[in-house]
Design a protein around this ligand. Structure first.
Ligand code: ADP
Ligand code: MG
Length: 712
């Protein structure tokens, strides 16, 4: 689920009209296969590493250098060093059989050395290193007996080319199958095709930071002279990072301005429905919940549109807050919807909300991808006529043919999986729809700014009373038998158990296979009261398994991370997580949050390999020591660094290629203020800097933001 504002469009120019993109950027948005040396074999590898467009190669910055300026005489050359050596080629010794290398001897006035080639073609070597001629070779010096040799020099050239060889070469992050030579060449070609772009920065900032033009900064970032030039703090890298952050903040500011432009309609309920629901709740609202509701009420009642984030750890009780907000809208005669990122979660919300709303005689409708044909038609009619006052669902809630009678409040339980774009589409379904976004991840403030801009925030810091702490135990994988024994005892004692299988990245198929294998194994031990749920199952089967677990028909549910999102089975009190070291901290926390929701004391068993790295060790230790989501989030940030935290795809946070939030936090602040200033002065970006700023948005593929300007 990409977010066109925050992340890359899957096909830039396609959805948002390639014609709108300034022509000056066209070369940058051609496929990398247009570059010399990028063939059908390497293209997919480079695409995976950097991206599919030429522009992606520009953003692939060097991570190291090779210094070829060391140019010793043969006698002085240090074994182990990279050296550029001038040699008179004296003699070729072709290999006599396949296993023997081809040897070429060369010398200068201090001594002789060998050049070693395996599987070499004689005609090529004769051409490159002809006997009697002087040639320059550059590569790693190796000791050989008393002398030195060089195996497969990285570069061979004539004396005329010495300056080109004796230089500092950038080293790029690589992947198996792509050599530095191939990638470096492709990146150089990409740089050569980079156009002159109009300046989008404002003069005073550029002067103050001593920043160069975009093109110069880009060239400098790709031409490090020393390790210092690789630092995120160099002027070149800071400028590029700022450009990216400005595009991000400008896109968010445009969305926000758009939201605020349409005046809100004050929404005020009379409290009658709420009272009925509150009276039947089996618990008392926490102070944090009550406070959040008051904040939401104030937003709803004002004549600005609400754009509020409700942040609360797993189990903090966001759902009931959402319901009470929705009831206000319904009391005022309007409609309210709540949208979840997955079908399972939508169904669960539907059940919870239906049960609670019954007290107020309200029957929400459920709309997901699974409702089809006649039943879907009936739901659409209810939404269009206003007969349905509340709806629960997935994306299906805002497909083109879904019309609302008077939609005024949209709650988005996003757990990071929706983007600004979806929020907007939904908001466009009604008149001045107020939007409440719920998220379970405690996001540090800097990260929040990049994902949400200046959204208003309510926090549920306090957990409902009566929660028993979860006991977390770390166990080595090879003690699986003991774990099975413990699970058996727990089930015999009436417990319900989640068994989470490892996530093997980038392959749902292997995840599924691992889960299925474990399921077969456990089923042979625990028998029929064992269930399985994974992402590849049909949603009806998924629901059936979840429901059976919830209803207590099965005691042991083997699952992949599909259970991560919001599933609520208060009776579950044991969780086993296999290969816990493969999960991120935030994910472990989300998973563990599935237990400890009921009256029973809960236990979480984190299984891990014997050989733990330092970071993995620290992660698991954190899990054992705390279950405070904010503490865990901070620790996560510390262990991974902001860049990596953002880089995780499943988090749905914007991914930055050039900016590193740990290093460029000051720039984020400047970008935010600047974006606001820009839009205050020139809301449609029609002024003198307008075209340049639009170019910036396209450069970073925030195309949808520009589209929004035009339609707005
Ligand atoms: P979240 O979505 O924030 O993870 P939920 O809304 O699913 O949390 O709530 C978790 C559980 O806590 C639910 O079973 C809910 O009924 C219960 N709950 C919510 N608020 C309270 C409260 N104030 N006191 C006790 N239990 C509560
Ligand atoms: Mg929830």
């Amino acid at each position: 689920m990409g977010d066109p504002f925050l992340q890359r469009n899957s096909a830039p120019g396609l959805f948002y009209g390639g014609k709108m993109r300034p022509d000056v950027l066209n070369t940058l948005f051609k496929s990398i296969t247009e570059l010399k040396g990028v063939g059908p074999r390497t293209a997919p590898l480079i695409e995976k590493l950097a991206g599919r467009f030429i522009v992606d190669l520009l953003w692939h910055l060097p991570s190291g250098i090779i210094d070829r300026r060391y140019a010793p005489k043969v006698a002085d050359a240090e074994p182990g060093a990279i050296a550029t050596i001038t040699l008179q080629i004296t003699k070729h010794y072709p290999s006599r059989n396949k296993r023997q290398p081809y040897k070429i001897v060369g010398m200068d006035d201090t001594g002789a050395m060998s050049l070693i080639f395996f599987h070499a073609r004689a005609d090529y070597l004769n051409k490159m290193l002809p006997e009697g001629e002087t040639r320059i070779v550059s590569g790693k010096v190796e000791r050989f007996g008393d002398g030195i040799q060089m195996t497969h020099p990285d570069h061979i050239g004539t004396t005329a080319e010495i300056d080109a060889l004796k230089k500092v070469e950038p080293v790029y992050p690589l992947t198996a199958g792509v050599s530095l030579k191939v990638l470096g060449k492709a990146i150089m070609a990409a740089l050569a095709s980079a156009p002159d772009l109009p300046e989008w920065l404002d003069g005073p900032l550029k002067d103050r930071e001593k920043w160069a033009d975009w093109e110069t900064a880009l060239a400098q970032a790709h031409a490090p002279e020393s390790n210092l030039d690789l630092m995120p703090t160099t002027a070149a890298r800071r400028r590029l990072a700022y450009d990216e952050l400005l595009a991000n903040q400008l896109a968010l500011a445009i969305v926000r301005a758009q939201m605020k432009r349409v005046k809100g309609l004050p929404l005020k309920g009379d409290g009658s429905l709420r009272k009925k629901v509150l009276d039947t709740l089996p618990f008392k609202m926490t102070g944090a919940q009550t406070f959040a509701i008051a904040e939401i009420d104030a937003d709803l009642a004002s004549d600005f549109r609400m754009l509020r984030l409700l942040q609360g750890d797993v189990g903090s009780g966001k759902t009931v807050v959402a319901l009470l907000a929705m009831l206000s809208a319904v009391e005022a005669g309007a409609q309210a919807v709540i949208m979840a990122p997955t079908e399972i979660l939508a169904r669960q919300h539907f059940e919870t909300i239906s049960a609670m709303a019954e007290a107020a005689d309200l029957k929400p409708v459920l709309l997901t991808g699974r409702e089809r044909g006649k039943s879907r038609q009936a739901i659409l009619e209810k939404l269009a006529s206003g007969a349905a006052r509340m709806a629960v669902g997935t994306h299906a809630l805002f497909q083109d043919d879904v019309h609302y009678h008077d939609l005024r409040l949209a709650v988005i339980d996003e757990q990071h999986r929706f983007g600004v774009h979806q929020r907007l589409t939904l908001a466009a379904k009604g008149r001045a729809v107020d939007v409440l976004v719920m998220t379970a991840t405690p996001i540090p403030r800097t990260l929040m700014l990049t994902a949400y801009g200046d959204m208003d925030v309510s926090r549920l810091m306090e957990k409902p009373a009566g929660r028993k702490p979860i006991k977390t135990v770390l166990i080595s994988n090879d003690r699986l038998d003991e774990v099975v024994g413990a699970v058996k005892r727990a089930i015999d004692g009436g417990a319900r158990v989640y068994w989470v299988c490892p996530l093997i990245e980038e392959s749902e198929t292997t995840d599924m296979a691992a889960a299925e294998a474990r399921y077969d194994h456990l089923k042979s031990i625990f028998g029929a009261r064992t269930g399985l749920v994974h992402g590849r199952m049909k949603s009806t089967d998924k629901d059936a398994a979840m429901t059976a677990f919830k209803d207590g028909e099965i005691d042991l549910l083997v699952a992949t991370t599909v259970i991560e999102v919001g599933v609520d089975v208060p009776e579950a009190s044991v969780m086993v997580i296999e290969h816990a070291e493969r999960f991120g901290l935030a994910q472990l926390h989300q998973l563990r949050g599935r237990i400890g929701r009921g009256a029973d004391a809960s236990t979480c068993l984190l299984l891990h390999t014997g050989q733990l790295g330092e970071t993995a060790k620290a992660r698991l230790k954190t899990m054992r020591e705390t279950d405070d989501g904010f503490v865990i989030a901070e620790k996560d940030l510390e262990l991974r660094g902001a860049g990596e935290l953002l880089g995780t795809r499943q988090s749905g946070m914007p991914e930055f290629r050039l900016a590193d939030l740990a290093e460029h936090a000051d720039l984020l602040q400047i970008a935010r203020d600047n974006a606001e200033l820009i839009l205050t002065n020139d809301p449609e970006l029609q002024g003198p800097r307008g075209p340049a700023l639009r170019t910036l948005l396209y450069l970073f593929e925030r195309d949808a933001a520009v589209r929004n300007l035009r339609s707005g």
